[in-house]
Design a protein around this ligand. Sequence first.
Ligand code: UT7
Length: 317
Amino acid sequence: MKIIGTGRAHPAFTLTNAMLEEILDTSNEWIVERTGISQRQIITNEKLEELAAEAARNALDDAGLSPSDIDLVICSNVVNEYVTPSLGCLVEGLIGASCPTYDINAACSGFVYALSTAEAYLRSGMFERILIVCAEEPTRMVNWRDRATCVLFGDAAGAIVVTAGDDLKAIRITANPKREVLRYERVLEPTPYITKEERDVPLFMNGREVFKTAVTSSIADVESVLSEAGVNKDEVKYYILHQANIRIIDSIREHFRQPVEKFPRNVDRFGNTSSASIPLMLDQMSREGQLRKGDKIVLSAFGAGFTTAACLIEWSK
Ligand code: UT7
């Protein structure tokens, strides 16, 4: 595959740490020191599908394509107001596309999981132009009285268009079931016959465990894709990691003994936007002219499941 267009969209409302101080027993100092987050954009009156459609249109414009040129839309999403139809169908309705579409849920690893799916389709020749849209509203999964989780997230949508090419040099996706460390449970509609116990559990996270697992697994994934591609860690121009926590990013960077500028970050402004975080960063860097043809870029993500995913690409846009 090769990436030929990128796009993103953010909700309008900015929630700062100072605003959180007014509703929670927390402080700007704690949040900045433990997470690196200063503010996040969160959904108020927007629908997630509208943000997803905006990101999709921006990626299509960037690629110089119209919705009818796309053969497949893959959406990465954990939660939105519709259980069915899929977010992909909602987005197609808004942008005026009518190709096959479905959603995947690999939590924060969803973007790289979607890339691996797109790569397989492009290799097989089944589809030629694929739109990947990662749209997430994790702020609707948390308990807003739980200071340990609600300060961490932001909402956003990021999108890319891919077609056949040679950008992808190595990819690895993994899953290691661990629902005890990170989950969000909800009760479905009642029936007269349900006898099992069910619970509504807003996002539960064992932060320390997730932190350790994220660092260990991301290091293993990155080492694996570097070795598969035969690329030395110093040859990599950027390591674009899932933006969950500045300390996770720095722990991984320190392991690889790389300079700060090779590990771009925007978690300070947007918080953890789940699977949208890597396409957001790619779009931001591409539009700011930071990505050059031939740059070797590692992408690495981790999230609920526990899922992880990493790949090495060579930018050709
Ligand atoms: O997308 C992937 C999913 N998530 C992640 O990647 C998150 C991974 N984990 C983390 O980022 C960190 O574990 C957190 C930022 C969530 C928490 O940082 P920590 O350094 O692991 O703190 P902790 O959970 O050990 O809590 C330390 C203290 C506790 O107080 P006591 O028990 O020491 O008195 C917490 O109650 O900090 C307290 N605390 C807070 N204090 C002020 C927790 N949240 C807050 C808060 N403001 N917002």
